[in-house]
Every structure is written in C-alpha cells, then in structure tokens.
Design a protein around this ligand. Structure first.
Ligand SMILES: Nc1ncnc2c1ncn2[C@@H]1O[C@H](COP(=O)(O)OP(=O)(O)OP(=O)(O)O)[C@@H](O)[C@H]1O
Length: 319
C-alpha cells in the first residue's frame, strides 16, 4: 500500500495557566505514523491523550511546535492559508457533533452548493445537483429528504451522514474523522461505522479515525496507534494490538474502556488534574506511575520503540 500521509516526530507544547505560574504541557510528543492509501488508521486513547491535537495540526487549525507532516510527499504543516484551502479538496474533516458543524439558522443544502462553488467543481446548478444527489446516495440519504431543510429538521444520525456526504463532495483521498460516532445514538452508531468501512472498500478513501472507542476501531480494522499523555505507546495492526496487546497501558485500556466527555468542546478551558500534571512532567515513561510492571529504568529514561511481532511498543519490558 502506498503512503498518503506521513506524520514525523510531531510535537505540540501548550502553556497552561499564567505566564509566571503556568506549566508547559507536551500534548503531543514525537508522534510518528503513516496513513496509507485506502487504509483506516486509528488514533485511540482516553480523553486528553492528544488525539484531537494531532487532528487539528494535520488540518492546519494548530501549528506544531516541531515535527513535519507530508501529504503525498509534500510538506503541509508549513502551508499558507491559500494553499491550505486548496488542500481541503484532498483532505476533509468529519467532526464529533453535526449540530455544531452546521449553523442552525442556515439551510443545510446551502453548504453543499457553496462548497462546490468554492472549489469550482461543477459548471452549473444542474451539475451541482447531480453531484450532490450522487454523494448523498453514498451515505443513504435522498436529495428530496435533504433539500431545503434546516439542521434541526434532521435526526443526529441523519445529520452526521449528511456531514459525511459534505466531506465527500470534493472527492477527497483522506478523511480526518474525530470521534464521528460518539454523539450519534448507540443504535445508529454501527451503521455510520459501516459507512466508513464502505468508503474505504468501495472508493479507496483513507480514514484517520480518532476515537476513545476500541470496539469501533476493532471493527474498522487497519492500523492503530494507542496514545497516552501525548505519546504513542503501541502501534500496529488493529486486530493484533487489540487482541494481543503488548504495552501494559494498552492492556489496561482494553480492560477499562473510558468514556469521552461529550460536553467538552475543541476550545474549552483547560485545567489539569494533579495526576495528569505529574504524568505529563514525568521524565521517563509517562505511564510509570500507574504501571503494574514498573521498573527503576522506567522512571528515569524514556523508553524507545521495540518491535514485537510486527507491533511497535514503547516499553522497557520488551528490551
Ligand atoms: N489550546 C490548548 N491550550 C492548552 N492545552 C490544551 C489545548 N488544547 C488541548 N490541550 C491539552 O492537551 C492535552 C491533549 O488534548 P487533546 O484534546 O488533544 O486530547 P484528546 O485525546 O483529543 O481528548 P478528547 O478525546 O477529550 O478530545 C490535554 O491535556 C488538553 O487539556
């Protein structure tokens, strides 16, 4: 499989609190991974591990502190606004809450026509309508049930399908989907996950799937990276990592699947718990304070990656 997106040594440091008494928080620390064409790559981990920060940097909403991102071999983390906009033809985002994706006072179809116009994708209105109908068909919505309606006239599940259709209008090669099913009714969740699976299989789209939910990650397959306090602790085939976890943190995560906080917005105010602060500041392994297998070296040195049965594991147990 050929490489589409390459993330290399990505680091993002935030300063939290006042300039004098505040602390520096490394939300993402030297994260490196590739997303191949026609592949699902999942970034998983509990709330606050850094997944969304990675997505924001890839989408150009945040600047990295260091590291590089390449798309089809071209560096994209340094793009200026104009070039960044062109890139959105190829990389599109699907967000957690479709009701905040669309303005409640604006008809949903206007977003579709606007996007097609902005990218000069269709010549006239009838061609736009044809493209919109075909794209809606992919997500299982008919043009007639969609046209001329405001967001609140749809259910959450329908509106998330519509927001996925919108992201497909430009025929992108990569979708960055940040917790796309966590606000959808549990009964409809799998149908949306299935839809992502179909996009990969039928259209060869790649998906960077960001989730706390290991069940849906398992279902989508592909590759997975498990994050904790900004670090990727384990990375490999999703099936293998989730059925034969190597890192003590992955094992713990599988046993105790955490819940996300649906009220947390992308720009909500940040306050760290004491435990989080200690873990972020740890100079060795960030998980050492909670690891049942902790050794002296874990508290002093950052573990490198060891390759174990094709999986990369950042843990001294595999030295
Ligand atoms: N703008 C910001 N300023 C300061 N700290 C931030 C900022 N954005 C995120 N953080 C911190 O960076 C860390 C990683 O946050 P991030 O949102 O990437 O995690 P996440 O894994 O996506 O969590 P969630 O699933 O809850 O969205 C958290 O400790 C968070 O508090």
């Amino acid at each position: 499989m050929s490489e589409l997106l390459n993330v290399s040594n990505l680091t993002k440091v935030y300063r939290i609190g006042s300039l004098i008494g505040g602390i520096k928080l490394t939300a993402v620390e030297n994260a490196s991974f590739d997303v191949n064409k026609g592949e699902v790559f999942t970034l998983a981990g509990e709330s606050g591990c850094g997944k969304t920060t990675v997505a924001k940097i890839i989408l150009g909403f945040e600047e990295p502190t260091s590291g590089e991102i390449h798309y089809l071999g071209n560096r994209i983390d340094v793009l200026k606004d104009k070039e960044r906009k062109k890139l959105f033809k190829h990389i599109q985002a699907v967000f957690q809450n479709p009701f905040t994706t669309f303005n409640p006072l604006r008809k949903v179809d206007s977003y579709f026509y606007e996007l097609l116009r902005n990218f000069g994708i269709a010549q006239d209105l009838s061609e736009m309508k044809r493209i919109i109908s075909e794209t809606l068909e992919v997500v299982g919505i008919s043009y007639n049930e969609f046209v001329d309606k405001y967001p609140n006239e749809f259910s959450g599940g329908q509106l998330q399908r519509i927001s996925i259709a919108r992201s497909l209008l430009t025929r992108p090669e990569l979708l960055v989907a940040d917790e796309p099913v966590s606000m959808v009714d549990a009964s409809l969740r799998m149908s949306i996950v299935n839809l992502f699976g179909e996009l990969v299989e039928k259209f060869g789209i790649s998906i960077l799937y960001i989730t706390h939910d290991l069940m849906t990650a398992y279902y989508l397959g592909g590759k997975i990276a498990i994050m904790f306090r900004g670090n990727i602790l384990e990375m490999g085939s999703t099936k293998q990592v989730l059925t034969e976890p190597k890192h003590p943190y992955t094992k713990l995560l599988i046993e105790s699947i955490p819940q996300p906080n649906p009220r947390k917005a992308w720009n909500s105010r940040i306050k760290l718990s004491d435990l989080e602060e200690v873990e972020y500041k740890a100079s060795g392994c960030k998980f050492a304070g909670r690891c049942p297998f902790v050794m002296d070296i874990c508290k002093k040195e950052k573990p490198p990656y060891f390759e174990v049965e094709g999986t990369l594991v950042k843990c001294f147990l595999y030295k």
